[in-house]
Design a protein around this ligand. Sequence first.
Ligand code: GDP
Ligand code: MG
Length: 436
Amino acid sequence: LPCVLRKWLQHLDNDLFVQFLPQGQGVRPLSLAGHVGFDSLPDQLVNKSICQGFCFNILCIGETGIGKSTLMDTLFNTNFENLESSHFEPQVKLHAQTYDLQESNVRLRLTVVNTVGFGDQMNKQESYQPVVDYIDRQFESYLQEELKIKRSLHNYHDSRVHACLYFISPSGHSLKSLDLVTMKKLDSKVNIIPVIAKADTISKSELHKFKIKIMSELVSNGVQIYQFPLDDETVAKVNTTMNGHLPFAVVGSTEEVSVGNKMVKARQYPWGVVQVENESHCDFVKLREMLICVNMEDLREQTHTRHYELYRRCKLEEMGFKDTDPECKPVSLQQTYEAKRQEFLVELQKREDEMRQMFVQRVKEKESELKEAERDLQGRFEQLKRLHADEKAALEEKKRLLDEDQSSFGKRRAAAQLLQAQSLTANGKKDKDRKK
Ligand SMILES: Nc1nc2c(ncn2[C@@H]2O[C@H](COP(=O)(O)OP(=O)(O)O)[C@@H](O)[C@H]2O)c(=O)[nH]1
Ligand SMILES: [Mg+2]
């Protein structure tokens, strides 16, 4: 809030006071005796913001079991519903949970987005692409809301990711190529805050070297991580110091252990206790201070003014909108729309002509195909007709031969019967003569 107030005051200085004064004159302070009342504007802003409540969205990227859920619980001093995920997820899924939190009279709508199954795939692209797509989808829905005729941005649930905690495995060696590729893909879309997870598993001297190694690898690979801002002089000093401590080495635990005469969050080992909130044990407090107490508003602002702005610009340019024409003359939205419409109509006409030509061509092709088929059929019909006539002639010849055979057979049979009758008569005569 102090940051908001300071920015608001600067805004007042620039826009309100100066505009009332002739050029060249400075700010004209009004005397307190004659109270006008606009000095209450910051209070009005604070009251309005408190009434509206705040919203903050954190994305936790890191492999399964690296301590993401535990750190979130430790940061917000609560127990979020955490489902333990397996190492056998076929693909990375982003799981977002929204919680309404309240601290004194300030309400915060917090969304924690978890990368389930990150780093468990063989193919690196399968790990980072769902994350990139998720971030873009949140920008897209905000852009769609902005472009609506009836906008309701004041009660729109802004799901754009304000901070991305990137959990680095405490190997003590170097970043994995998946870490570098993912951070590189995301650095223009989100505020990346790298953290070394489970920092109680790495020794102090190794940790120091590891931090230097990580930072040099990020620089040499051109990965832009979020830098705590230095433009606000009240926090510039602490932010400069904290920028030098990046990446924060964190330890998470919701377990309470008694140290001295009080209970503290810690991890207990046979050889001792690692206190989460002890700055000589780890950087957890630094992270909480920087992320929540000092720079939460800047993270929200950077998301809107830098990352979302870039997304919006690219998207609108992709859609063909531009502010100036090639001669640097301003182009209004209406002009762009008209030009686009004209372009679209020309394109449509061209497509229509092409389709018509294609149709005519296809009809011609089909026609010649049909004619060819008809010719084929006619040829086959003629051939069959010829075959049929030949077969008919052959059959008729066979029939004629058969008829001839039949008549000669008839003749022969009649001759045979005559012979038989004659021989019978001759035999009868002989018998009669013998009896006599
Ligand atoms: N040594 C150590 N273990 C931790 C730390 N944070 C979490 N763990 C343990 O790591 C395991 C996985 O933690 P979890 O938060 O569920 O990991 P996630 O899968 O990334 O959400 C649990 O057994 C935690 O107790 C830590 O800072 N140091
Ligand atoms: Mg988890």
